[in-house]
Structures are given as C-alpha cells and as structure tokens.
Design a binder for this molecule. Structure first.
Ligand code: URA
Length: 230
C-alpha cells in the first residue's frame, strides 16, 4: 500500500494531514526519511513518525510445505488438522497460505506473511503456471489437451477457464499446467470427460519447485534465490 494511504487509514490522520507530515519530512520507513506519499509500504515495513513507532515491521517469512492428504489448507478448522498445525514456528498465526489445495490434494504449498509476494505467485496476470500431476480412473486421450487449451466453460462462475497445457505421461497420468486457481478446477476439468481424478499432486508454482527432500508433512524456509524469483 502507498504510504499516504497507510497514514490516512489511521484514525488520527486525514489525507491533508498525511500530505503535511510527508512534506515536513517527519516520516521514516525502515530508517529512511520518505517525503513521497506514493512510496510503497508493506506489512513488515517499519514506519515511524518523528520518534513514534506507527508500525513495528516484522521480518518477511516464506516456507514451502509438502502437503499430505487429509490436512486442510486453512489456518483454522473445526474437525481437520490444518497445514498450520504442521508448522513449528513462532507467530505462525500471522502467516497465510498462497494458493490453497483441496483436502485430498498433495504437494507444494506456500506459506508466508508477504501478501504482495503471494499474490504475485498466484494471480493469473502473473502468468506463473502451477503444475499438477494428475492420476485418473479412466484413460486420458489427446482430446483432453485440445479442450483444456481452448478453455472450459464453468457455468457456476459463468467463466471460461484460461488456456491450460496438458502433457500426457501415460494412459492414466498427465501433467497439467494451470494459470489460475478456480474451485476444484482440475477435478472439474477432468470431470468434463466423466473421468475421476484419483490422485492430484502439485509439483510446481511458477519458478518454485517442490523440494524432493521434503516428505509429506515436512516443510522448509525458502532460500533468498527462491524468494527473489517470484
Ligand atoms: N484443482 C483441484 O481440483 N484441486 C486442487 O487442490 C487444486 C486444483
């Protein structure tokens, strides 16, 4: 969010106050004086007005987790274990999930407190493909690839899915690359052919590849190269 917006969202200041404070050079972001209201600040920016701390600024945190089946992609749930239960990290309730997976789906899940970063990773206009390994009950035919590339109409949302790429690996297994994340999208796409998905595993999200060293339920922090790639 812009710094002027951050200030005018505080109950004590309106937009005119924010402009005056900025012009007077009374604001510091991460230790630097900022006079331009368009300066972008984030949840973990440290923001000071004179000697007063307006926002403490928390360090950004990024994890990848190999989600097992039977665990929900949510921070709280009344009956199932959640992916947050798998994390042994202080302050984990400040984290959110970038790109959820269904209860039965396994594989790459990203957990962070950096909302801008996770939005970049998941929003369709970033054009970062999410790659799923799909196993099905019935054989997969080349017609699927044509239909998925054209897009499928989803009546409930009244939309046509973005072109998706299908690479058939064997009679019952394929890699599907999606550029969006509609509700139960992969299962519904195969459902168009009355073909039940029996296994669904996310291997990749844009440049991030699930670390093969992570067993189901394990996680690790992302390294700085992985964070910077997104
Ligand atoms: N599509 C699905 O059907 N389920 C997922 O978990 C992800 C994509």
């Amino acid at each position: 969010m812009r710094l002027d917006r951050f200030l005018s969202n505080l109950p004590r200041f309106n937009r005119a106050d924010a402009r005056l404070l900025l012009a007077a050079g009374r604001l510091r972001v991460d230790g630097e004086t900022v006079r331009d209201g368009r300066h972008e600040v984030r949840e973990f920016s440290r923001i000071e007005l004179d000697d007063e701390l307006l926002q403490t600024g928390k360090p950004a945190r990024y994890f990848m987790l190999n989600k097992p089946a039977g665990v929900v992609s949510a921070t709280e749930h009344p009956e199932h274990r959640t992916v947050l239960d798998l994390l042994d990290e202080p302050g984990k309730h400040e984290l959110h999930i970038g790109g959820r997976l269904d209860l039965t789906t396994t594989g790459l899940l990203v957990i962070t407190n950096d909302g801008l970063w996770s939005r970049r990773l998941t929003e369709p206009r970033s054009r970062l493909g999410k790659v799923y390994r799909v196993t099905t009950e019935q054989p997969i035919t080349p017609e699927y690839a044509e239909v998925f590339a054209r897009g499928l109409y989803f009546a409930y949302e009244n939309l046509t899915t973005l072109p998706a790429e299908l690479e058939i690996l064997s009679s019952h297994e394929a890699l599907l690359t999606l550029h969006e994340g509609r509700y139960h999208q992969v299962k519904r796409m195969f459902g168009h052919f009355q073909n039940k998905v029996t296994g669904l595993h996310r291997e990749r999200m844009g440049p991030l590849v699930l670390d093969p060293a992570l067993a189901p339920g394990q996680y690790r922090a992302l390294n700085s190269a992985e964070i910077a790639q997104v």
